[in-house]
Each structure stands twice: as structure tokens, then as C-alpha cells.
Ligand binder design. Structure first.
Ligand SMILES: Cc1ncc(COP(=O)(O)O)c(C=O)c1O
Length: 390
């Protein structure tokens, strides 16, 4: 579609490549790694991200929805696609028709696959070890193991579970340690199967990096070559502030440009609800990006953006399509029109490489950086650069 707006998300595929290589460094050789590109690759664009990862030699990609997998297939992604969300019979048919690999979490899903399989179907089986979201409970291990020994239509390839607090996996007695111990008990039932296991999200991977760097011995993260499923780390953010071992580069920069700059006088106010009134004559930049683009209204009067290399506070309520910045301390001169088209960076790197972290916006929005990134809405065009455009 032809785009007319100058608000956009700049996506650095070189940063993505650098993060991928940091993750691989932690992995070492011969480890299963499934980059998670669900939820539109955490807002970065799943097709472009998937194609870029393929260029980097990735052969397996993780999505949540069947629909996400279908979009990847129809856009030329040839990698194995792992579908995590679950499915009904209709979904099972589509998964197989488009050569995707199902993650199975219930006996019903096994039945649906059996009903539609006309050749052997590879499956990954998910266990609940404490997250209590999806997955078989551990008490099903023996029955599942017996089932897969006999099944002609389904071939068990991998076992998986998901950490509820991957960032505590450094600790030998945290929640991740407990989940891993449960998972190891589950794996015991599958001794006779030729399977691998994956469980490390970004928190788990960063923990492993720390364990390796600190030469911790006898740690459960070192006990097996646990497979990786990196999401956030791939997009350049740490899952917790204590992690420093991997040098990650934020991939997305959210940018807009000034629409106009207005003078607002004491006694006047800005935006809906008249929640901001200047104490001195002020210069207010109107920026055409709003909550419909993913800048949460919650950060009205709280957060800031980079404008001409400096932080400018967001003033007044954030609207659907606009927000306003107090740039009084930055602009000078009477000709305010010369600032029209000045670039504004909501998070990421400005034109002089000054950085404003999406974590700041996340914190001020009372949320996590995962949500800040995935909130960047569809109407924000993504501009890709680096890694020779896929
Ligand atoms: C099953 C599964 N694996 C891996 C991930 C990646 O997690 P992270 O973004 O913390 O790396 C997710 C994300 O929610 C997930 O649901």
C-alpha cells in the first residue's frame, strides 16, 4: 500500500542479525534454536523478520497462531514453522496442508491430528511444569510415552515446557529450577524415545549466559543442551536488568515528525480534558502519532520523546492520532515553522544515534517492553534497512 504518513517504525535487520549471533554464541554448537516470531515478530513484522532470519541460516521459526504460519508460508517462508497455540480439527488440517509442525498440548489435539494425518506427522509435546497455562500435566507423561511408542501416525520429535520466571534461572533454587526438575522427571518417562527438549526463553538464555560467564558448575542449565526459544532477546532487549552478558541491540525505532509547533500561553491548555496548562508561554510540538499507533494514553503527561537531540515531555492527553511535546526549552527563534518536519523519536535511536529505550516507555505505561513493542499497531509502516533487504 502507498503510504503518506511520516510516522514509521524503523527496523534494523543488522541489529536483528547481531542479536541472533549473540544468542548463537550462548548456544554453542548443535543446539535447537527456534526464534519466536509470533505476534508479528513482536511488532517488527513477521514476514520480513522471518525472511531475514532465513538469510541468517535459521531453519525453524515459532508462531502462536495458525494464521501467522499461513501468512509466512504465503510470503515465501520455507522454514519449519512450529505452531504453539493449539488447534481444533480444522486447524489440524491447515497445519498439515501447509507443512507446519504442531505443538500438542491436549489429547484432543492428538485425536484431531490422527483424524487428518495421511502420512506420519512430526509433533512437539508441551508440558505444564508450573506456568499453568497450556500443556499436559506431568501425570500424563507415562501414558503419552506409551502412546508415542505405538502411534503409527504421530512421531514425537521434541518435549517442551515454558518458564514462568525465566529470569530467575540463574538461581539453583528459584522457580525455574523447580520447573526444570519437574521437566527432568517428565523426560525420564521418554528415555526410550529419540527426542530433544526445549525450554529456554530470553530470560533462560540470559541466565545460561551468566552461568557460563561465571563458571558456575553443577547447574541445571548446564545439565542438558536445552533448546532455545528466544523472543525478546532477538529484538534487542534484556528480559531483566541484571543481564549484561549478551550485547543486544534494539531493533525497532519508533519515529514521527513534527506536524506544527504552537505557542500556548498560561491559562490555556493542551488536548482533551485540558489536563496540562503551561506556567509560562510555551512552545508545543504537535506530533502525528497517538494511541492508535501504540503509544499508550497512560503515559499522557508522564513520558517523553527525543526531539532535536533532547528529551521533551509529553504534555496533555495523548489522542488517537496525535500527541504533544513541550519543546519550550529546545526551540528558539520566532519562526516556528522551521521546526515543522523535525524528527521525533518515541523510542530507539534518533538521527544522531542518541538512544531512548522502549523500556522507559514500558515502565511509564506500567507494563513490560514485550507489550510496548507488540503494541505498535498495524497502521504504522515498518521501514526495513540493513541485511540487504529481504
Ligand atoms: C512458548 C513460548 N516460548 C518462548 C517465548 C519467548 O519468550 P521471550 O520473549 O521472553 O524470549 C514465548 C513468549 O511469550 C512463548 O510463549
Amino acid at each position: 500500500m502507498e503510504m503518506f504518513r511520516s510516522t514509521y517504525a524503523d527496523i534494523s535487520l543488522d541489529a536483528l542479525a547481531a542479536n541472533w549471533s549473540e544468542i548463537k554464541k550462548v548456544a554453542g554448537d548443535d543446539r535447537f534454536i527456534c526464534p519466536m516470531i509470533k505476534a508479528n515478530a513482536y511488532g517488527h513484522g513477521d514476514v520480513q523478520t522471518g525472511l531475514a532470519l532465513e538469510k541468517l541460516g535459521v531453519g525453524i521459526l515459532g508462531v502462536c497462531l495458525i494464521e501467522e504460519g499461513l501468512l509466512l508460508r504465503s510470503s515465501g517462508v520455507n522454514s519449519e514453522i512450529l505452531v504453539f497455540r493449539g488447534f481444533d480439527k480444522r486447524g489440524a488440517e491447515k497445519i498439515l496442508e501447509y507443512q507446519m509442525t504442531p505443538v500438542v498440548s491436549t489429547w484432543e489435539q492428538i485425536k484431531y491430528l490422527e483424524a487428518v494425518a495421511d502420512e506420519t506427522v512430526k509433533v512437539h509435546v508441551k508440558f505444564n511444569t508450573g506456568m499453568n497455562r497450556i500443556g499436559f500435566n506431568p501425570d500424563q507423561s507415562e501414558k503419552l510415552s506409551d502412546y508415542f511408542k505405538k502411534s503409527k501416525s504421530l512421531k514425537l520429535k521434541a518435549l517442551l515446557t515454558h518458564y514462568a520466571m525465566g529470569e530467575d534461572a540463574v538461581s539453583k533454587d528459584g522457580f525455574s529450577a523447580k520447573q526444570t526438575a519437574t521437566f527432568l522427571e517428565i523426560m525420564d518417562f521418554f528415555k526410550g524415545h529419540d527426542v530433544y527438549a526445549h525450554l529456554l526463553n530470553s530470560g533462560g538464555i540470559a541466565s545460561l549466559a551468566q552461568v557460563k560467564q561465571n563458571n558456575v558448575s553443577d547447574h541445571f542449565l548446564l545439565q542438558k543442551k536445552w533448546g532455545f526459544r528466544p523472543g525478546l532477546a532477538l529484538y534487542g532487549y534484556q528480559s531483566a536488568p541484571q543481564f549484561k552478558e549478551m550485547k543486544l541491540k534494539p531493533v525497532m525505532t519508533l519515529k514521527s515528525v513534527v506536524n506544527n509547533i504552537r505557542t500556548v500561553l498560561p491559562g490555556e491548555s493542551v488536548s482533551y480534558g485540558c489536563t496540562w496548562t503551561p506556567l509560562v508561554p510555551s512552545k508545543v510540538a504537535v506530533v502525528p502519532i497517538g494511541y492508535a499507533d501504540g503509544v499508550h494514553r497512560l503515559i499522557s503527561n508522564k513520558s517523553q520523546a527525543l526531539f532535536a537531540g533532547q528529551l521533551a515531555p509529553i504534555v496533555g492527553r495523548i489522542c488517537m492520532d496525535f500527541l504533544m511535546l513541550d519543546v519550550t526549552h529546545i526551540v528558539s527563534g520566532d519562526d516556528l515553522t522551521k521546526w515543522n518536519e523535525e524528527e521525533v523519536t518515541l523510542f530507539g535511536f534518533d538521527e544522531n544515534n542518541k538512544f531512548l529505550s522502549a523500556e522507559v516507555m514500558a515502565e511509564q505505561s506500567n507494563t513490560i517492553v514485550w507489550e510496548t513493542l507488540t503494541s505498535v499497531s498495524e497502521r504504522v509502516p515498518r521501514h526495513y534497512r540493513g541485511l540487504k533487504k529481504p
